[in-house]
Design a protein around this ligand. Structure first.
Ligand code: XIL
Length: 383
């Protein structure tokens, strides 16, 4: 009996030793703290600490966090004037306890916004004045509640088309082109200490980039913006790190800081070309476009690590203007890219795998800052 218990104990100890060897001892945020913040997007399950394992891992690695969904309009104010504070309060508590900065996401967006925002009481299109009143109330109420507690806010998300013109959203149609400036005005007044961000995907595409930079310059002149957020939903082979670098330079020249707000690297084939994050652009499932259901082959894993490193080299080179780099999700198992742009695939875009173990791309980013410190890819052990 005794012997059996001992064997069980020994087995448990060796399992936990194995696990310990696989748990990185490095803190990524700390490692890059002289360069920029290292952030992570987290779902409510984690920021409420119901998912303890992920809450602990995130707190041990990152010094900034973005709510993946819960601070979007439909989460915060599902009905007019009825704010849902619980999940956001929990998030602030979790962040404060762990000394993690918060990147608020997002105040004004065309997506995940309830219909009532754009309708009057008879269900007809609301007037400019009514929509502006709602916009002001939404921004003020949320930003004032968390004044001084949320470091940066995505004030407006995804307002541009790929050609650099403004997206024909309900915001633009009802309020007019000045909806962006209005949102930034309301935000600046509500919490003058928060960094205000314009955020978009494909923000490195030259035509779109130039449209965003023009806006950034105008808002900067009026003292209304602090940073452009490049979402950074990259593909394994697109865009080039040179194109990313060019964009950072253009935004820096416009006088704002750069934040990479939603980085991930999609390793799966795309059949729609290079649309990277328009959440309305989904595609049909095809077996051939889901090749890594049993894990990422070593050569692709290496390619992914090299790609992370190439892009991070650019960020490090421009660290003076880079405020933060945030990955869109903690681990491959919870990445939105398992469901976008095709539902039901197995993607591998992030730094931790489905067992919450650090991947070679994580080690590569450690290695980039601290050669020789990364765990040996072969043994999984720290030196
Ligand atoms: C995504 C979330 O990750 C998903 O969980 C949700 O279903 C849809 O939105 N650009 C953004 C993010 O600004 O808010 C999106 O997040 C990804 C694209």
């Amino acid at each position: 009996m005794m012997k059996k218990a001992l064997i069980v104990l020994a087995a448990a100890a060796s399992v936990s030793a194995l696990f310990a060897a696989d748990t990185p001892k490095t803190n990524l945020g700390k490692l890059y703290e002289d360069d920029f913040l290292i952030g992570v997007a987290l779902p409510q399950q984690v920021t409420s600490e119901r998912d303890k394992a992920r809450a602990e891992l995130a707190a041990s690695q990152f010094n900034c966090l973005t709510p993946e969904n819960l601070m979007k309009w439909d989460g915060m104010e599902p009905q007019e004037g009825q704010f849902n504070w619980g999940p956001a309060d929990d998030l602030v508590k979790y962040a404060q306890k762990n000394k993690i900065k918060i990147h608020g996401h997002t105040l004004i967006w065309h997506s995940q916004t309830p219909r009532w925002v754009f309708e009057d009481k008879d269900g007809k299109p609301a007037s400019r004045d009514l929509v502006l009143k709602r916009m002001k109330n939404h921004i003020e109420t949320i930003m004032k509640r968390y004044k001084g507690k949320i470091d940066a806010w995505d004030v407006v998300n995804e307002a541009f088309n790929e050609d650099g013109t403004l997206r024909n959203s309900q915001w633009k149609r009802i309020v007019g082109d000045d909806f962006i400036e209005k949102a930034f005005e309301f935000a600046r007044a509500a919490d003058p200490s928060a960094k205000l961000v314009y955020n978009d995907y494909n923000a490195d595409t030259p035509s779109k980039r130039d449209g965003i930079a023009k806006l950034a310059k105008e808002l900067k002149k009026k003292g209304l913006i602090d940073a452009v957020g490049m979402q950074g939903h990259y593909l394994i082979d697109f865009p080039s790190s040179k194109q990313i670098e060019e964009a950072i330079k253009v935004y820096a020249d416009a006088g704002v800081m750069v934040m990479v707000t939603e980085m991930d690297i999609d390793v799966l084939p795309r059949s729609n070309g290079r649309v990277t994050a328009d959440i309305s652009q989904t595609q049909e499932y095809q077996e051939k476009n889901n090749p890594y259901t049993k894990g990422l082959p070593d050569d692709v894993s290496k390619k992914l690590a090299d790609r992370y490193v190439d892009i991070f080299k650019v960020f490090l080179k421009h660290s003076k203007v880079m405020y933060s780099v945030t990955v869109w999700g903690l681990d491959d198992g919870t990445s939105w890219l398992n469901g976008f742009p095709v539902r039901g695939r197995t993607n591998h875009p992030l730094l931790f795998d489905r067992q919450l173990k650090a991947k070679p791309c994580y080690d590569a980013l450690v290695n980039l800052k601290q050669p020789n410190a990364a765990r040996s890819a072969k043994t999984g052990k720290m030196p």
